[in-house]
Design a protein around this ligand. Structure first.
Ligand SMILES: N[C@@H](CCC(=O)N[C@@H](CS)C(=O)NCC(=O)O)C(=O)O
Length: 346
């Protein structure tokens, strides 16, 4: 015990002398994930293997989507290069284990933040990227326009998701009967729905918009306006790696703050010349916010230049600039009627 203590003192003394002599740079944090990521030269991102608007590869293996862009933003902050994000497709069922076993550095995959997921898997959801909720899709020909008119339905749902329990709660709370038609693989759930084996398909509303695009005749299917749950979709990281968690959290907040300040991928060069204090702190011409994260000063400017602000990412992937055309709704900025609100960079 005493020997360890003395040993520790000696190492501490040697480090202090080395710092004073300028021989090594003082590192404020022990950034294991960040260090490994830098050593490897890329960020490993766990994503959905094919959800239009969120993460989907084309036939050349180039990925696009909201969740994909978030990972690219992390890569841009670290490497000044959004291409340094590598995507690993993960099923709903395997996503948490694969993150825990370090197969990926970050999960950016339509995943709902819930208490048990943080506590049971020792994970952490740094901030909400997309406020979603669970809904129902059904054939237009059924002429149903309320989730309260689904008594005695056969409900298609994917196992291993928050969706299963929400559906059970909804039917029980409203005194309705239903039969679950569930499979671990999404393909099988969709096949069952398309094959008429279910009366309705339930999932997060954003996913219903995305999956409807893949049906043979999308316009034959309606998404009911009712939302039966809160699904705050968020990136996920491992617990006890606070500096990595901070980096992921502030990447998202930098994107939201950029939108609020009107800074976009188009006007970032002008923003770098701005004398407005809020803008200067965000783009790194004032303060040492980047250094405090273990990154260069211009970390946020890199994100905005290469990927864009939150609104740009939303619109091009899932909003008006996309096929999904999901209204901004809850994901509008707080100053615009929504609940997207980032703490300030100061
Ligand atoms: N947000 C919900 C649902 C997310 C989810 O995994 N949804 C399914 C249904 S669309 C999915 O992405 N499946 C694709 C797959 O497992 O590859 C959750 O975190 O549990």
């Amino acid at each position: 015990m005493l020997r360890t203590f003395r040993g520790g003192l000696l190492i501490g003394l040697a480090v202090a002398i080395a710092i004073a002599a300028g021989a090594i740079t003082y590192e404020r944090y022990d950034t294991k994930t960040l260090k490994r990521t830098i050593r490897r030269g890329e960020v490993l991102c766990g994503v959905n293997k094919g959800l239009p608007g969120f993460s989907i590869p084309d036939n050349k293996g180039d990925w696009t989507g909201f969740d994909v862009d978030f990972c690219r933003a992390v890569a841009a902050a670290i490497f000044d290069d959004p291409k340094k994000a590598k995507f690993v497709a993960l099923d709903a069922n395997e996503r948490f284990k694969e993150l825990q076993s370090r197969k990926v550095d970050i999960l950016s995959r339509n995943t709902t933040w819930s208490m048990s997921r943080e506590s049971n898997y020792a994970l952490y959801f740094p901030a909400v990227a997309y406020y979603d909720g669970q809904g129902f899709m059904l054939p237009r020909s059924r002429n149903i326009d309320s989730a309260l008119d689904l008594n005695n339905s056969k409900v298609c749902v994917q196992e291993g998701t928050t969706t299963v329990l929400n559906a059970a709660d909804h039917f029980r709370a409203n005194n309705m009967k239903y039969t679950e038609v569930k499979f671990p693989k999404l393909e099988d759930v969709l096949k069952a729905y398309e094959g008429g084996k279910c009366d309705t398909f339930t999932a997060d509303v954003s996913q219903l918009y995305a999956l409807r695009l893949n049906l043979i005749q999308p316009s034959d299917h309606v998404i009911l306006p009712d939302v039966i749950s809160k699904e705050p979709l968020a990136p996920v990281v491992r617990q006890r790696d606070d500096d990595w968690m901070m980096l992921v959290k502030w990447t998202l907040y930098a994107m939201i703050n950029a939108e609020e300040l009107g800074i976009t991928s188009k006007n970032i060069d002008e923003a770098l010349k701005s004398k407005k204090p809020d803008v200067m702190r965000l783009v790194g011409t004032e303060g040492s916010y980047g250094e405090d994260l273990g990154l260069p000063k211009d970390w946020a400017a890199r994100i905005i230049r290469h990927v864009g602000n939150y609104g740009e990412v939303y619109e091009r992937n899932v909003g008006e600039g996309s096929k999904l055309k999901i209204p901004r709704g809850l994901n509008s900025l707080w100053s615009n009627g929504g609940i997207q609100y980032a703490p300030p960079i100061r």
